[in-house]
Design a protein around this ligand. Structure first.
Ligand SMILES: [Fe+2]
Ligand SMILES: [Fe+2]
Length: 375
């Protein structure tokens, strides 16, 4: 039998293969992109670590039927080979691109790549440390997908002579420790909001193809289906322990919802040229993504944020303004810079508290969590 080692991340069937391929390409990785990916601020994607033994102890027998179905679907691997350039990959005139757009778009790709890779590293580590067959299988499958996603973004970046050095990041980027329950909330949400973001852009560009200024957006539908399945897995994991989504933990859920939504809002507003090129109003886009994410997260969270509350939009805008002022103060430096930082930091905190204290909407969580991507 002739077994060929894949040479492209799209064909890698394990995370180890996917990473080895990227490692081999790392010779042309650029320092500046890796430096951007190394940044650790409230707004940039982080790397996480957790209590892997506690995660390993999860017993999925109470959700066995749904679990087996989901795993079978992931094992069947419908997206194998998908994440590679093909004849749909149009030529991009990077030189002719508006410099602001080019800068923001590259920043978008680097931060997306870092976020994909952050998931990859966490899932791979869980698979490596665990002994529980159900858990390690799930995390191996999810790490496989994230390695492909990161590899594909790196393909796109390489065309502009930019690439993120993933091996370097794994070793050198700071890891933030989160207890497993916080990993569930944060990761579940980031998978589901990732789905909502990608599908919203995909549907918008389907209707307005003249705004598709880069071919990578054509890959977003299959992409977001992967993220959707990952989110499903975390919903099932949370379902195994009802305490995670009741009592005082509901306050944590509210905190994570508020933090994830408001971070996305602020981050997106830092890329005006990118959204203008897509023909997307970032306020509209934010609300649309929040609406979809809220609708999906009802599957497991007993509350949703009231994003139509009169304090919601003004709160987001104040937070965004404070964040811009904070950046400016940091750049200014000196005494005035320090004073500016304190003032803007306090305003950001107040805006966040105002968002967090908006009464949430409660509902009864359905008996069965499983959902299919419907947007
Ligand atoms: Fe991903
Ligand atoms: Fe994912």
């Amino acid at each position: 039998m002739n077994v060929q080692t894949p040479t492209h991340t799209a064909d890698a069937t394990t995370v180890e293969e996917g990473l080895a391929i990227q490692e081999a390409q790392a010779v042309i990785d650029s320092e500046s992109a890796t430096a951007v990916a190394m940044q650790d601020t409230l707004l940039t994607p982080r790397f996480y670590t957790t209590d892997f033994d506690e995660l390993d102890a999860i017993d999925v027998s109470s959700v066995r039927e749904d679990w087996d179905q989901l795993i079978a679907q992931m094992v069947s691997d419908p997206n194998k080979g998908h994440f590679r350039k093909n004849e749909d990959w149009d030529h991009i005139d990077w030189e002719g691109m508006d410099p602001e757009l080019r800068k923001e778009f590259i920043d978008f790709l680097i931060s997306s790549c870092t976020a994909e890779f952050s998931g990859c590293v966490l899932y791979k580590e869980m698979k490596r440390r665990g002994n529980n067959a159900d858990i390690t299988q799930l995390f191996q499958l999810m790490a496989r997908d994230e390695a492909r996603h990161a590899g594909f973004i790196n393909d796109a970046l390489r065309e502009v002579g930019v690439a993120v050095n993933l091996g370097f990041l794994t070793q050198k980027k700071k890891y933030t420790y989160f207890r497993p329950k916080f990993i569930y909330y944060a990761t579940y949400l980031s998978e589901k909001i990732g789905y909502a973001r990608y599908i919203t852009i995909f549907r918008h560009l389907e209707a307005n193809p003249e705004h598709r200024f880069h071919p990578i957006f054509k890959w977003f539908r299959e992409w977001c289906n992967d993220e959707f399945s990952h989110g499903e897995a975390f919903a099932l994991l949370m379902k195994t322990d009802p305490k995670l989504t009741s009592g005082r933990n509901v306050l944590w859920i509210k905190f994570f919802l508020t933090a994830v939504y408001s971070t996305m809002y602020v981050r997106d507003h830092q890329r005006p040229a990118f959204h203008a090129a897509l023909g997307v109003d970032p306020d509209w886009y934010g609300q649309e993504v929040f609406r979809k994410t809220s609708e999906i997260s009802r599957q497991i969270f007993p509350i949703t944020l009231d994003i139509d509350h009169p304090r919601w939009m003004p709160g987001l805008k104040r937070l965004q303004k404070a964040s811009t002022d904070l950046d400016a103060a940091k750049k200014r430096g000196g005494v005035m810079g320090t004073l500016g930082k304190i003032g803007a930091g306090a305003r950001a905190a107040m805006a966040f508290v105002s968002l967090y204290t908006i009464p949430a909407k409660r509902h009864t969580v359905p008996e069965n969590t499983r959902l299919e991507p419907a947007y």
